[in-house]
Design a protein around this ligand. Structure first.
Ligand code: GLC
Length: 549
């Protein structure tokens, strides 16, 4: 059994951020999004208020006090704009309105005001890469080759053999090109054919989309999560993508080629910088970019010559094996690679990825919660993870995710992560008074908010305790970060702010592990009680105070 020494090695030379090098004397002067915790709401599945089995804005409004009690700072809503729902809102047919399924603009304004009254920030989901094929822009664009909006989307003649213009593959499988009989050309879609890609090289498109951001900023939204930012601009000439030499069919068809020319062009960062410039005109508004790229490419979205998004989403914990040595290296590399002034962020799950408790089991999901909420950087929680919702089997006749419907049976389905919140033990778990659009998790009668609120050992209580501790300890929210020890099974690190030193030690295994730490006061254990001296119990994470406050 390998133990570790938590005696800190010398601090890394300080190169990262103000908070790391020279924490401000007054933590409240740090931007809200550096201190804060983001909570992702998938609106279809949070709370239904009108009895149609689909969540809505008024439903969210009813649950704001729950979110305050939970202890988060900002809500990010997955898209609520008018949409034919081919990709459940990520196919927008009007960027400046609310889909009647979710409510109205008035409902939105009320929700925003109610959130702000409670000190919560509210962020929307901006979907710039593609619109719906029912968006009036696309309807015009496809109406004729000489329509003024033709060039708002990406239209090309067939290849000489009559097939698609190049070999690009949609992220949902199949060619990225759809033939339009009426005008005799193909249009590009990185996702569904119902989601045609906008042409961001056209200044009119850029101007129209900047107006969309202004519309919502003027209404008071606190920021945006920007959907598939790295997809938005394609290489000039649209060359074929290289074939992926490591492709195996079970990976999903999108990986048949490497997305070298269809994504991550330098102009994507220019777009981010333009968005940032606009956001900065409105004061402290947050831009989070959805970017799924290797670290060296990801960090370019913080900006080069000009600032880019505040937080390029960091999905590394979602992808990485649950292994202390690997996570340790990943965290060290991330911290070391951040550009000066770049604030870190961490994600463990979302509406696109498997639930953390499905992936790790409940006991390690508790350890993961502790990790997420004690690393240096802004955490994003995904709704329902605070209940430990685990694996959900979706019966074949209830599958809704277009990704699963197009490439069934290879584990791509996102439905299991999108099932409704369970609020209590009443019919349909208090989510709705009708049958929900996706089934609830099997154990919803016991795994729901009301039941877990009563139980100090529940996942919900752990999340609340973690969030409360994080809020009361600047060391945990904005303090410096340093890895401790070197054990294979235990991930340990120290956070410091002023005189305060807090050690986090996480046993990532189901076997007890020895640890060696200086004497400290236990602030929290994932198992509730203090561990035996010198040991972490199976699946235990602890937070210890080492220094004086
Ligand atoms: C993003 C969204 C995902 C959606 C896709 C296309 O990855 O998170 O849900 O299907 O973009 O918009």
């Amino acid at each position: 059994l390998g133990g570790f020494r938590a005696t800190p090695a010398p601090m890394k030379p300080c190169r990262v951020t103000r908070a790391m090098c020279d924490p401000p004397a007054d933590p409240s002067r740090v931007p809200w999004w550096e201190r804060g915790v983001i909570y992702q709401i998938y609106p279809r599945s949070f709370q239904d208020s009108d009895g149609n089995g689909v969540g809505d804005l008024n439903g969210i409004g009813r649950r704001l006090d729950y979110l305050v009690e939970l202890g988060i700072d900002a809500i990010w809503l997955s898209p609520v704009f008018p949409s034919p729902m081919a990709d459940f809102g990520y196919d927008v047919s009007d960027y400046i309105d609310i889909d009647p399924l979710f409510g109205s603009l008035d409902d939105f304004d009320r929700l925003l005001a109610a959130a702000h009254e409670r000190g919560l920030k509210l962020m929307l989901d901006f979907v710039p890469n593609h619109s719906s094929d029912r968006h009036p822009w696309f309807i015009e664009s496809r109406s004729s080759r000489d329509n003024p909006k033709r060039d708002w989307y990406i239209w090309r003649d067939p290849a000489p053999d009559g097939g698609p213009p190049n070999n690009w593959i949609s992220d949902f499988g199949g060619s990225s090109w759809e033939w339009d009989e009426a005008t005799g050309q193909f249009y590009l879609h990185a996702f569904l054919k119902e989601q045609p890609d906008l042409n961001w090289r056209n200044p009119e498109v850029r101007a129209a989309m900047m107006d969309v951001l202004r519309f919502w900023f003027d209404r008071g939204v606190d920021g945006f999560r920007i959907d598939v930012l790295w997809h938005c601009i394609k290489a000039e000439g649209l060359p074929d993508n290289p074939v992926n030499p490591d492709f195996r069919p079970e990976m999903g068809e999108k990986l048949r080629v490497l997305q070298t020319h269809s994504t991550h062009q330098p102009e994507c960062q220019e777009m981010a910088a333009d968005f940032r410039q606009l956001a900065d005109n409105y004061g402290e508004r947050l831009l989070v970019g959805e970017i799924v790229l290797p670290l060296d490419q990801l960090i370019t979205y913080y900006g080069r010559e000009r600032p880019g998004v505040h937080l390029p989403f960091n999905f590394q914990l979602v992808e990485a094996p649950w292994d202390a040595a690997i996570l340790r290296q990943l965290i060290a590399d991330y911290e070391a690679t951040l550009p000066p002034g770049g604030w870190p962020n961490w994600v463990i799950a979302s509406h696109d990825y498997p639930r953390i408790a499905a992936k790790l089991g409940e006991a390690q999901a508790r350890v993961a919660a502790m990790l997420l909420l004690t690393l240096r950087g802004t955490p994003t929680l995904y709704q329902g993870d605070e209940l430990g919702i685990g694996r959900v089997d979706i019966p074949p006749d209830r599958v809704r995710d277009p990704k699963e419907l197009r490439e069934p049976g290879i584990g791509l389905s996102r439905d299991p992560s999108r099932t409704p919140m369970a609020w209590d033990g009443s019919p349909h778990a208090g989510f709705s008074n009708a049958d929900p659009w996706l089934p609830l998790h099997d154990d919803w009668r016991t795994r729901n908010v009301a039941a877990q609120e009563e139980n100090s050992g529940s996942m919900l209580s752990l999340y609340r305790d973690l969030l409360r501790l994080r809020r009361s300890e600047p060391a945990l929210s904005i303090g410096s970060f340093q890895l401790a020890g070197s054990a294979d099974y235990v991930l340990a690190y120290e956070r410091r702010y002023g005189e305060s030193r807090i050690l986090i030690a996480l046993n990532l295994t189901g076997t007890e592990r020895p640890i060696s730490v200086p004497p400290g006061q236990l602030l929290l254990s994932t198992l509730g009680t203090a561990p035996p001296s010198g040991w972490l119990r199976p699946d235990e994470g602890v937070i210890l105070r080492l220094g004086a406050r």
